[in-house]
Write a new protein. Structure first.
Length: 302
């Protein structure tokens, strides 16, 4: 495949995503862009800049902070928001715990990842958002593949695959009833490799954890995890220094690393091309059951 074809293909994906973002701005009164600090939501920010500059974004950025995030991600988030000059709204899982809306898990495999659904739904309700843009892609996981680009959620924030609307060509139906909202996925048709090729083409800065680096790790449930007090470590956990990187960004308690020497984008692209494991293969929360992701989505997870 020659470079010109690659460029044309990325241009097509970019144009589709920009069209979707402009449809959101045109069809909804109070949209938001959900920002995790991961490569997909960072790509969405670049696409929003292309869609709406030199004007301001027609939506704020919203980050649901578990309180157990990678420090590199939070530093990146704050620096990026300062650079682009857009509004950031932070929903706090710790606040949800303090208010008794959720109960913190206990035990060695405890995680706050599932708790953020309540915080997300509260943040949507408090701000009156009728559409939330996110970076989910169909190639990530089989439940993601069932999503429409405009994915309708009921008044409880729940997703029902049987209620999804047909999407013909590039026509998107944003009509909803009071209390409902739509989750919108502008890069739904992209693959992990597409995202990395786009990041390379656009020279987009990313948090350092995406690139190979030495880090203190433990092995848990067959996965390499960054050593952290958030993991409820005990004497059985042996800490070793490993050269790793992270393919996906999430709560530290459920996001595993992969051993890697890829410290440049070209190396990462080559590594992904040869990998037989999906990027969410390093997410412990997806391994709870065969339908883990779908169950969380039905409960309001993004």
């Amino acid at each position: 495949m020659n470079n010109n074809y690659n460029l044309d293909y990325l241009d097509e994906l970019e144009a589709e995503a920009i069209h979707i973002m402009r449809e959101v701005a045109g069809q909804f009164e109070k949209p938001a862009l959900l920002f995790s600090g991961g490569k997909d939501s960072i790509t969405l920010v670049r696409l929003a800049e292309k869609a709406f500059r030199p004007g301001k974004f027609p939506f704020p950025l919203v980050h649901i902070d578990t309180g157990h995030n990678f420090e590199e991600t939070i530093v990146y988030r704050d620096r990026m928001v300062e650079r682009i000059g857009e509004k950031l709204i932070i929903g706090s899982v710790q606040k949800s715990i303090d208010e008794g809306k959720v109960i913190e898990q206990t035990g060695k495999n405890a995680s706050r990842n599932a708790l953020q659904t309540v915080t997300l739904l509260d943040t949507i309700l408090e701000n009156g958002f009728d559409a939330c843009i996110g970076g989910a892609r169909r190639d990530e996981e089989k439940a993601r593949a069932k999503e429409r680009i405009f994915s309708v959620r009921d008044e409880f924030g729940q997703w029902d695959p049987k209620r999804q609307r047909p999407e013909l060509w590039n026509s998107y139906n944003g009509k909803i009833h009071k209390g409902e909202n739509v989750r919108v996925f502008p890069i739904s048709n992209w693959t992990e490799l597409d995202v990395w090729n786009y990041i390379k083409r656009e020279n987009i800065e990313l948090p350092s954890i995406y690139f190979a680096h030495y880090r203190e790790c433990i092995t848990r449930n067959g996965q390499l995890m960054a050593a952290s007090p958030f993991l409820n470590m005990d004497d059985e956990d042996v800490v070793t220094s490993r050269k790793v990187r992270f393919r996906t960004v999430g709560d530290m308690s459920c996001t595993a690393a992969v051993e890697s020497d890829a410290d440049q984008i070209e190396d990462i692209i080559r590594e992904i091309s040869e990998s037989k494991i999906s990027e969410r293969g390093a997410r412990m929360d997806d391994k709870v059951s065969e339908a883990a992701m779908e169950d969380r989505k039905k409960g309001g997870y993004f």
